[in-house]
Design a protein around this ligand. Structure first.
Ligand code: TEU
Ligand code: CA
Length: 550
């Protein structure tokens, strides 16, 4: 397998709005990130992925871009960006921008032109269609509830938006659109950014003629209607030829609908498309047919199978990202672990999982100190447009709104968008002003200052694990094999190459579980102190990494 820097380094995702506010307006900003670069360097991460920082009306917190060439007013200026990029590079780190080009904001100049008239030169920068018997052109459902079609009175046609109605989908069939996108990509690459995370890149190619979805299950609709369209790879190969091939940078695709069957079409080493994609299988596991607020049970055996299936699908032929939470999915310890008395143990267990898998790990802000989900009492405390759109739809459908709020507590995106906890002063040291969203009330116990003062903190465990991964290439490039796929409580896998065999074992439960190594091993790292007589017992949420003694 070829070795590359982007396979060996670790990404840290920053959601700038919630990371650090430097000017007291309650909104995180670029100068706030600049203040914290030494903290990130101390943690030991290598690549910073910033969620979108371009001009935006923030209908979807920056994933609705109105100007790709300027920094969002709330986040600062281009001079601030240049200083941040220089600061990142001065510390030997890299910076990834978030490329959102499946859609723009409806306040982007291209869309403002496009909606002016049917013969406007920008009309076919987007997807416009007349009504079908007085109804939207297709029965498609938005990721954010409701129809994907919005009627425009002026030109008496509908326009397509897979997300909110303020996020009209770009028409990638139009070569002028693709040229515009390649131009903006070059602008940022020529400034020295180190690559892009590509937002919903899997849905840019639509299936024409646009036809009704046959399934009611949203997960099926994503896979069969929205993702992996007919010109998907033609577009990505053109983008690689026109832009990416000319720079030594990395590309990470975010792709709902990319599954084990098609992943190598995107990341196969000879494909000249993307370096890697996030594997999503575990992320949609508790999304029922109605989407993320139609919460269904997660299954531990299936959780383990996701990692096995993806590693089998990609193996030595391509590369993937490994993530356990990000700005769209709940906090790991609350969703998969134990955010009560075993919060720190389970947070450290997931640090070992994230950093011992084959794939580029992506660590989300706050996870390094074991931050948890939040449970606001009223819908008014929530900010996410996805939550509010589905709330309105649930209300209109006469749903049980208490049950809906519980679903938001479990799967809402604001769980991971409350401000970062820097210390135990007011607003967790995130801002001197009124935060744009309430801070999680548990910040006095869970914050960076406390973590830096505690040698046994989750922070120092991540620091240790990050060093450990780098010191052991077997954990980066070695093979992967689940050793107990059917075990109800234990997750145990091997990572192996010509030099070493590592065994990693986790107890995903509050029980004490007995087990036996069948070979002689030496323990290298664990989240509990080793205790005489406990060698063959795994304590609640205990994880261990051992190396076989050959
Ligand atoms: O998310 C798209 C996506 O498919 C999943 O992250 C998830 O399905 C989504 O949050 C809806 O449940 C990307 C960005 O990560 C997300 O923040 C944006 O809201 C979305 O695209 C639109 O740009
Ligand atoms: Ca600010």
């Amino acid at each position: 397998m070829n070795k590359n820097w982007w396979k060996e380094q670790v990404i840290y995702q920053i959601y700038p709005r919630s990371f650090k506010d430097s000017n007291g307006d309650g909104i995180g900003d670029l100068r706030g990130i600049l203040e914290k670069l030494d903290y990130l360097k101390k943690l030991g991460v290598d690549i910073l992925w910033l969620s979108p920082i371009y001009q935006s009306p923030n209908d979807d917190n920056g994933y609705d871009i109105s100007d790709y060439y300027n920094i969002m007013d709330e986040f600062g200026t281009m001079a601030d960006f240049d200083e941040l990029l220089a600061g990142v590079h001065a510390r030997g780190m890299k910076l990834l921008m978030d490329l959102v080009v499946n859609h723009t904001s409806d306040e982007h100049q291209w869309f403002e032109e496009s909606r002016k008239s049917k013969d406007n030169p920008y009309r076919d920068y987007y997807h416009w269609l007349p009504a079908e018997n007085g109804k939207p052109p297709t029965n498609w459902r938005s990721f954010f509830a409701g129809s994907t079609w919005e009627y425009d009175e002026k030109t008496e046609e509908y326009y397509l938006h897979l997300f909110t109605k303020k996020q009209p989908d770009l028409n990638w069939e139009n070569p002028k659109v693709r040229e515009e996108i390649y131009k903006l990509m070059r602008f940022w690459l020529d400034k020295g950014v180190d690559g892009f995370r590509m937002d919903v890149i899997s849905v840019i190619s639509k299936r024409f003629p646009l036809a009704d979805a046959k399934s009611e299950d949203f997960n099926v609709i994503i896979n069969d209607v929205y993702a992996n369209g007919p010109r998907m790879h033609e577009f990505l190969q053109e983008m690689h030829r026109e832009v990416m091939s000319k720079y030594d940078v990395m590309t990470v695709g975010e792709g709902p609908g990319i599954d084990e069957q098609v992943v190598l079409d995107y990341v196969g080493k000879d494909r000249k498309e993307l370096n890697m994609v996030f594997h999503f299988g575990h992320m949609f596991m508790d999304h029922g047919p109605g989407g993320r607020f139609d919460v269904v049970d997660k299954n531990f055996i299936d959780f383990k199978k996701v990692f096995t299936n993806w590693d089998k699908a990609v193996g030595e032929e391509g590369w993937i990202n490994i993530f356990l939470d990000n700005h769209d999915f709940p906090r790991i310890v609350s969703r998969w672990g134990n955010d009560g008395i075993y919060r720190e143990a389970s947070a450290k267990l997931f640090a070992m999982l994230l950093l011992s898998m084959r794939g580029t790990p992506c660590l989300y802000q706050g996870t390094e100190i074991g931050m948890t989900n939040v449970a606001f009492d009223t819908i008014e405390d929530y900010r996410d447009v996805e939550i509010h759109n589905f709330y309105k739809q649930a209300k209109a459908d006469g749903a049980d709104m208490d049950a809906f709020l519980k679903a938001v507590h479990i799967n809402g995106r604001d769980n991971v968008r409350t401000p970062m906890h820097w210390n135990n002063t007011s607003e967790a040291g995130f801002t001197d002003g009124e935060p744009w969203i309430k801070v999680n009330p548990n910040y006095p116990e869970i914050n960076v200052a406390a973590a830096l003062d505690d040698p046994n903190s989750v922070f120092y465990f991540y620091q240790k694990m990050l060093k450990f991964r780098k010191a052991n290439p077997t954990l980066i490039y070695g093979s992967y094999q689940d050793l107990m796929p059917e075990h109800e409580l234990l997750f145990c896998y091997a990572r192996q190459d010509a030099e070493h065999t590592f065994y990693i074992i986790f107890n995903f439960s509050e029980k004490e579980v007995q087990f036996e190594w069948t070979e002689s091993v030496e323990q290298l790292i664990g989240n509990y102190q080793t205790v005489k007589g406990k060698e063959n017992w795994l304590r609640p949420w205990e994880g261990r990494i051992v190396r076989r003694l050959d």
